[in-house]
Ligand binder design. Structure first.
Ligand SMILES: Cc1cc2nc3c(=O)[nH]c(=O)nc-3n(C[C@H](O)[C@H](O)[C@H](O)COP(=O)(O)OP(=O)(O)OC[C@H]3O[C@@H](n4cnc5c(N)ncnc54)[C@H](O)[C@@H]3O)c2cc1C
Length: 430
């Protein structure tokens, strides 16, 4: 006679906080492990952040790039999903403090990602929203589309340039993607839709503190990206430090760029939940972990994704989706090993490369050891993003949306939700 399996309540309880790339990858990697998993997220959806700028620039709808966590884990019987915000962690009692209750764990994986940082200038956020959530993307879309509507209502051209000036701060991949897409909106998408003014007269300024765009890439790829941006009419300002942002625009020292719309793509700070662990953090608030991704002194607690500071080859891992996926899987495997009474293994990141897109048909980046650029790189970017999106419907809808955008020069999600935005409003707080 075979022994019956232990009741579910007797299995070790693994709590995963955050259902982003790292958290979901971990939950899936534990699907066959003899554990009970609870995945906690303050949102009910997993968000595919790499395509957020497409929602912000009216090419895609929010539901095209987000997927209910509960549906992702529907057929995984050892996992349940809780919609809740985690506010505190007590490692001594192995308890999480939720906004409305507590949750105890045997093993914990913290994967709450990152947020934007305004380098201590929190008042800039009202005038220059960042891009991290669907709400951020809809706010940016509202401001961008409202600028064109405001231009149509101007009595004359005196204020046309400032109304149609868009400043993007930060020329990393997100800033470059946003600047290219903004330029295309004016020059292609809405070019024929207004009567009183010519939308192709918009000005897009991309401001970067470093000496080149896309600093993580090689000098040759940065130069290629800058050429592409120039071709799209984007004005690139490198070695330019923003000293002030307000309702009238952006200051670079004494220079004032008068602009109705300013977008922030510059700084990143780790999720504040990392501070609750009471262990050393790096300057961006990321948790310094052991080689197996566990927290020093707490072998049953792991961290993965954008919240982790993990060095390999003398450099910290980049805050990108593949690093989060791989670390999430490794942390899960190490938890399964501990449950089985085995020693954990060190994490090793396999760099498969990364790509940044510039407008509707160009990209630059690395695939493995190779540098790629132009139309081929854009195709690779396209294929990879479709492959990693969750959900068949989302893949199909995004493919159709992009084909439509590519051939018809059109963007299918040109909706201003809520009131049209006026700089005097600042940002409506959520
Ligand atoms: C605009 C943008 C563009 C990007 N483009 C690319 C790209 O092209 N390629 C690429 O590889 N990477 C890109 N990235 C980076 C990539 O998205 C991140 O590296 C990745 O999302 C990190 O995964 P994660 O699991 O650590 O965190 P996230 O995916 O951010 O997930 C964190 C989860 O934790 C939840 N959470 C946070 N705090 C709490 C709390 N207190 N309680 C409960 N739940 C909480 C959040 O709701 C979220 O679901 C981009 C990021 C952004 C913002």
């Amino acid at each position: 006679m075979s022994a019956s399996p232990p009741p579910a309540s007797a299995l070790p309880h693994v709590v995963i906080v955050g259902a982003g790339f790292a958290g979901l990858a971990a939950a899936r990697a534990l699907r066959k492990a003899p554990v009970r998993i609870t995945i906690v997220d303050r949102r009910n959806h997993h968000l595919f952040q790499p395509l957020l700028y497409q929602v912000a620039t009216a090419a895609l709808n929010p539901a095209d790039i987000a997927y209910p966590i509960r549906v992702v884990l529907r057929s995984q019987k050892n996992a349940r999903t809780i919609l809740a915000r985690v506010d505190g962690i007590d490692l001594s009692t192995r308890t999480l403090r939720l906004r409305d209750g507590t949750l105890s764990f045997d093993y914990l994986l913290l994967a709450t990602g990152a947020t934007h940082s305004y380098f201590g200038q929190t008042d800039w956020e009202a005038w220059a929203p960042g891009l991290k959530t669907i709400e951020d993307a809809l706010e940016i879309r509202r401001r961008v589309l409202s600028a064109f509507e405001a231009a149509e209502r101007l009595p004359d051209d005196t204020k046309l340039l400032e109304t149609l000036t868009f400043v993007v701060v930060g020329a990393g991949p997100t800033g470059v993607e946003l600047a290219g897409a903004l330029s295309e909106i004016g020059r292609l998408t809405v070019a024929k839709d207004f009567r009183r003014f010519d939308p192709t007269r918009l000005r897009v300024v991309l401001v970067e503190g470093a000496d080149r765009v896309l600093p993580p890439y090689s000098h040759a790829l940065s130069a290629e990206a800058q050429r592409e941006l120039g071709r799209l009419g984007v004005e690139v300002r490198t070695n330019a430090k923003v000293t002030k942002i307000d309702a009238t625009g952006v200051w670079l020292g004494d220079e004032h760029i008068v602009a109705r719309t300013v977008l922030w793509a510059a700084g990143v700070a780790a999720s504040p939940l990392g501070q609750q662990l009471g262990v050393p953090l790096d300057r961006a608030g990321r948790v310094l972990v052991e080689p197996d991704l566990s927290v020093p002194g707490h072998p049953h607690v792991f961290v993965a994704g954008d919240l982790v500071h993990f060095e390999q080859g003398g450099k910290p891992l980049p805050g990108i989706a593949p690093a989060a996926l791989q670390a999430g899987r490794k942390a899960a495997k190490n938890i399964a090993r501990l449950v089985a009474g085995r020693a954990t293994e060190p994490f090793r990141y396999r760099d498969k490369g990364s790509l940044a897109t510039i407008g509707r048909a160009a990209a630059v980046g690395n695939i493995g050891r190779f540098e790629v650029s132009g139309f081929f790189a854009w195709w690779m970017w396209w294929l990879i993003h479709i492959a990693y999106l969750i959900g068949f419907r989302n893949r199909l809808v995004v493919m159709i949306g992009w084909a439509w955008q590519y051939f018809a020069f059109s963007r299918g999600a040109r909706l201003i939700t809520g009131r049209a935005w006026e700089p005097s409003q600042g940002q409506l707080r959520r």
